[in-house]
Design a protein around this ligand. Sequence first.
Ligand code: C2E
Ligand code: SIN
Ligand code: SIN
Ligand code: FE
Ligand code: FE
Length: 796
Amino acid sequence: MKMSPPKFGQVLVVDDETELMSALVEALTLQGYEADGFVSGKAALEALERQSYDLVLTDLMMPEMDGIALLKAGLKIDPHLVGVVMTGHGTVPTAVEAMKVGAFDYILKPFKMTEVLPVLARAREVRRLRLENIQLRETVAIYNLSQTIAFSLDSKLVLENSADAALQQTEADEVSIMLLTPENRELYIAVVRGRDREHLLGQHLSLQEGIAGWVARQSEPLILNGEVSDARFAPIRPRAEIRSAISMPMRAAGKLVGVLNVNSLQSRRSFTPGQIKALSILTSTAAAALENEALYSTLEAREKHFRALIENSSDAVTLLNPEGRVIYTSASARRVLGYAPEELAGQNAFDLIHPDDRQTMLTGFIEAAQKPRQVQTTQLRVRHKDGAWLWIEGTAQNLLAEPGVEAVVVNYRDITERRRADEKIENQLRRLSALRAIDMAITSSLDLRITLNVLLEHVIAQLRVDATAVLLLNRHLNELEYAAGRGFRGASITRLRLKLGEGYASQAALERRTVSIPNLAEAERPFTKAELTADEKFVALYAVPLVAKGQVKGVLEVFHRARLDPDPDWLDFLETLAGQAAIAIDDAQLFDGLQRSNIELALAYDATIEGWSRAMDLRDKETEGHTQRVTELTLELARAAGMSDTEIAHVRRGALLHDMGKLGVPDSILLKPDKLTDEEWVAMRKHPQHAYDMLSSIHYLRPALDIPYCHHEKWDGTGYPHGLKGEQIPLAARLFAVVDVWDALRSDRPYRAAWPEEKVLEHVRAQAGTHFDPKAVELFFQVMSEKAHEPKQSAG
Ligand code: C2E
Ligand code: SIN
Ligand code: SIN
Ligand code: FE
Ligand code: FE
């Protein structure tokens, strides 16, 4: 199905593999693009000379001329051309090279069409943004220029300045202004800028001749955005020379006074709508000057003309004396710069300019003084009355050449927004290529440290922050641990460990959202780790959770030593980078897990675990069978709690090994038939830590550690080893604790006899909300009552 062609959809496809090239052209045509294909860079360049394209999709490795050379040359022909390169796996660094010379994106070969289309769609958007931005800039700049040009009442000066500006704006080869002779029968060429000046200047042509003649007769503009081949035109030079042209009638007081002509000779050129608009502004300025010269012949009339121009200007206009002091300011200056005209009178204009831009201003001023006939345009920062720096496009003309005027007129137009828009586009492009570079680091390296370091380098460069770090979540310790960092002055960050719950990083991880502290001094609380602020003098912090496949992997933090008030794009990019980091971590952990579990599998068969657990029960004779019983009941609770099969496999191993750590407790304590002393308690309470130490090095068992490590934590936070509270305690451990205590109490221990069943159940119920998770207790009684109602297995 043929779709409507997208705007900015002219694509040049270049690949020395003929089949691939043809297939791409065909597929893109089906998608509504206007695609032309070539097998060599040279042929493609020739096409680019002949016709305008929005996008170039090119292979990188080609005999004769490679993709990079093609792009470089193409960008000379059309600086706004958007390039996408296609590359094989081995040549990814070359693709990055291509992006440095101006390619917008790259596609890895082999690819599917579904991968190409989104890249081209983005490229099209970039083309649109670039052209729109250029267009806006051209129109605004030329309007500003024409305002200043119009101050002059010397028509010859105005015509020359207009022709200069037209040449500059269109980047064409020549501009001429032809005026109608007094008898209205001929056009004579009054001003020429660019090529062929000697040949053209002063020539006459009849109204029956050439493009200009046609325009003068019809009194309407003619835009020839292509080969000038129409037989209607018999130009005064060999026709083949002119490739594209714009011709505009000049009218003053409704009457035709001349024609402004722009020609492009060497190569076909498409004039942009912005350029065409610019020309029409310049044409009316030039025409008005011819009219004004006659109108304002007296000094008094001239002064009136100036005042009218100044007062009607929407820009801020000042007249400066040759030393740079303000003689006159338009009322509109108050809107643009914040000052009333009286406030500026007598001030030195330099005092308002940003120190970094004073040299630019001075140079412009000197040039204006030396070349009074020329209009100077500069961009610089000017202080608004409220203290803010505005970006201004200043256009200046020295009016010394005007009889009776001794001043430089300066037009100030606020272009702050435009500068911001430019920066935004630049940032977007830089960020896109940064993301590609990170993608590459992720796919080409499974070493997490390398990937994270590449990523953090980009964080610093693209987000312009002082320091950044990745903290990884240790699921067994419930701690965030430093993994990689950049930009820190001291080493204390490398020792950073935050318990979940501590610090802003934890907040990001637990709430799964970005925590923004633009200014620590205004935040609700300081850093938890005071040494971070003391050594590093950070003022701002942003913490973003790293989430992959629904799991929090860690936190990406950025720090700045000054206040940060980022725009939404910045935050968006920060979060995008965090997404990349999470993917990298997930990839590396998957790979890590795979590798290690393969090695350790032999060690870690479940049979081995069961062997261990039986050996433990044997040591602690009285508890024989305890482990099997608690394991079975815990699994039932875990199922009732809705845990997945994988989780249940870990729960099983964890329950079997729950008191593994008692292997580290001496017999004298473990088998003591009496109450424990304080010292003995200290040793006994180490058994969860012993279990962690023994088992955590076995990767296969890491996910099973929740129970051995946390089964003595209590819901109200009074347990050990860490005093975790509520849901900080892993669910498996919360379920297990109920079962463990229930089974311990109904068994004989060296230090006491078994309790009656009712007393045990009452104890368990009573401890809900203090020792135990109330939900775990509820599940426990639910499972117990189901068991009670089951038919008895055997009559005995
Ligand atoms: P265990 O015997 O497997 O007991 C596990 C848990 O069940 C205990 O954790 C405790 O929460 C509960 N529990 C067991 N017996 C009693 C009891 O008589 N009264 C109450 N209210 N709760 C009981 P806990 O307290 O952290 O003890 C951990 C381990 O320390 C015990 O494992 C046992 O091996 C040892 N232990 C505890 N108390 C003594 C003691 O008085 N003498 C000796 N020799 N060992 C003790
Ligand atoms: C864990 O969360 O796996 C252990 C709890 C702790 O000891 O912090
Ligand atoms: C961090 O979040 O990295 C430490 C700063 C804090 O204590 O919140
Ligand atoms: Fe225990
Ligand atoms: Fe136990």
